[in-house]
Design a protein around this ligand. Structure first.
Ligand code: ACM
Ligand code: ZN
Length: 525
């Protein structure tokens, strides 16, 4: 009898094992136990919510599933059997959740509505992988990092509101909670500022665009290129993201990467000369004057409107790649340095950044900037986004500044995905296959105390060489799936389970028609 029981148990485990090999979740949950049996989910399965605060989260899931099922949205209600039941329990981690699937249905309990949302993302993966025959299981889950970001540059190439929303859909499916929206640069100013209509009227349009690589080409397409978002559209994007538990962090570049603004308002520069919106890629010498008081007034007036549109705790002020040569020749800049006792142009940039941070603090916000803002000294309250490798971030964390890690060595998704580049469209350079993303260690060279200053991890997607949405998503996917394990499941990453889980993620991408790169799946590096 005992033997029979053991045999039966083995058979059950065998089935469970087979299912376990088939279904998986990306990013990796803390615990995922599969049991025997399956609960069938289709478009008629009701979603039962405990409180009104889960209504939007439930409806987003219902709409996403309707797209998959090709049906009407699942009903969201207060009571029902054989249902997907959603509730919260504040004793769980805020973004954590538990999920149980058994004969009675699915029960997801989140630490907050965000936790429920992440539970639903896991459930969606299981539904797609099993065509609705979701195995009985128990899941416990919570993220490693509080900041899990994805960036998008809409200045080099512009993407419509609908495309930005689809981008948000994609990142939400990977449990991302920060969308870094790069809105101003040399090649175009893309955010409506009511006080300065010239910014979008003049600054959002370049006369033409470079063809080929910025390092070698002098050929242009002769076609004007532009685009911008109205404040109403940006509010709509912020709301859409918030419904998916994503905070939009706007970036307003200063003092460099500012030719959109300089073309519109030439008095922002050191010389007042007209400088057109840039038609090339790279780093330009033309930056805002840090001497004139009018520059500070301008920046504060712009930020006043930015703050009204974006409720984000953080405002990104850029700060990268600002050659300070013009400042050396500028009487306004030199006068400011003298008056403020600043010993170098790097210190002048720090003075500008510190003034802007003060303004943001006075308005209840925090400042984040690229690691160049460390160069002339930085306040202890500035948060650093480390992009020139991890060095800036490591140094900042050792000093007690908070850090978001986005090193170009591992997290620049505008880089090539294969070594040979065969079959790849033109890219900025570099080489970043899925495996390298997965190997990224955000805590490298930091002790336990210093690790606390790493808020999180983000990939950056610059668009000099990316003009089409399908191309954009193929730079993001599937590398983002590998990154999501680093962001959400840093302490439980497992290279052994990466490939089968990446294979499962294809089903999600295929279900929603999200174009993704095939190199990893073809075994090409
Ligand atoms: C950067 O890539 N210049 C932040
Ligand atoms: Zn100046």
């Amino acid at each position: 009898m005992k033997k029979l029981l053991i045999l039966a148990l083995l058979a059950i485990q065998g089935i469970a094992g087979a299912i376990a090999a088939e279904v998986s979740i990306m990013p990796q949950p803390v615990k995922f136990e599969i049991q025997e049996g399956a609960f069938a989910i289709d478009a008629t399965t009701p979603i039962v919510i405990e409180g009104k605060e889960l209504q939007t989260t439930a409806k987003v899931f219902a709409a996403d599933m309707a797209e998959f099922f090709g049906s009407k949205a699942m009903k969201v209600c207060r009571k029902g059997n054989d249902a997907i039941s959603l509730s919260t329990d504040a004793t769980l981690a805020a973004e954590g959740y538990t999920m149980q699937v058994n004969a009675e249905g699915v029960k997801i309990v989140g630490g907050s509505a965000a936790g429920v949302f992440y539970g639903l993302q896991s459930l969606r993966q299981l539904i797609i992988q099993t065509n609705g025959e979701v195995p009985y299981c128990k899941i416990e889950d919570e993220p490693t990092f509080v900041y899990r970001g994805v960036h998008l540059d809409v200045c080099r190439h512009f993407f419509t509101v609908e495309e930005v929303k689809e981008y948000i859909d994609i990142i939400a499916a990977h449990k991302i909670n920060r969308f870094h929206f790069h809105l101003t640069d040399d090649q175009g100013w893309r955010i409506e500022i009511k006080r300065y209509p010239e910014l979008t009227k003049v600054g959002s349009v370049r006369t033409e665009t470079l063809i080929g690589h910025g390092g070698t080409s002098n050929e242009y397409d002769g076609t004007p290129y532009g685009g911008y978002y109205t404040q109403k559209q940006l509010r709509d994007i912020v709301k859409y993201a918030a419904e998916r538990h994503i905070v939009v962090i706007p970036e307003i570049e200063m003092p460099g990467h500012a030719r959109g603004a300089l073309a519109a308002l030439p008095w922002l520069g050191c010389t007042d000369d007209y400088i057109p919106v840039w038609t090339r890629w790279g780093v330009t010498q033309e930056i805002m004057c840090a001497g004139k008081e009018t520059t500070y007034e301008f920046l504060e007036n712009v930020l006043a409107e930015v703050i009204e549109i974006f409720p984000s705790e953080y405002i990104h002020i850029g700060g990268d790649e600002a050659p300070r040569n013009r400042w050396k020749e500028c009487p306004h800049c030199q006068e400011r340095m003298k008056a403020e006792g600043l010993l170098s142009e790097a210190e002048l940039q720090s003075y500008l950044v510190a003034r802007i941070e003060k303004y943001l603090h006075a308005h209840g916000r925090k400042m984040i900037g690229w690691d160049e803002i460390l160069e002339g000294g930085v306040t202890p309250t500035a948060t650093i986004m480390s992009w020139q490798g991890a060095r800036g971030g490591i140094n900042a964390a050792k000093k007690g500044n908070y850090v978001v890690m986005t090193p170009n060595s591992h997290l620049y998704f505008d880089f090539y995905q294969t070594e040979t580049k065969e079959g790849e469209p033109l890219a900025i350079g570099g080489y970043l296959p899925v495996e390298k993303v997965y190997q990224y260690n955000p805590y490298r060279k930091l002790n336990d105390d210093e690790k606390k200053y790493i808020l999180g991890v983000q990939c950056n997607l610059w668009t000099e060489y990316i003009g089409e949405f399908d191309h954009l998503t193929s730079m993001l996917l599937p590398r983002l799936a590998a990154l999501s394990d680093v962001q959400w499941a840093e302490n439980r990453r497992n290279e052994q389970t990466l490939r089968p889980r990446m294979e499962q993620m294809r089903k999600l991408y295929d279900a929603y028609g999200w174009n993704y790169a095939k190199f990893y799946y073809e075994g090409r590096k």
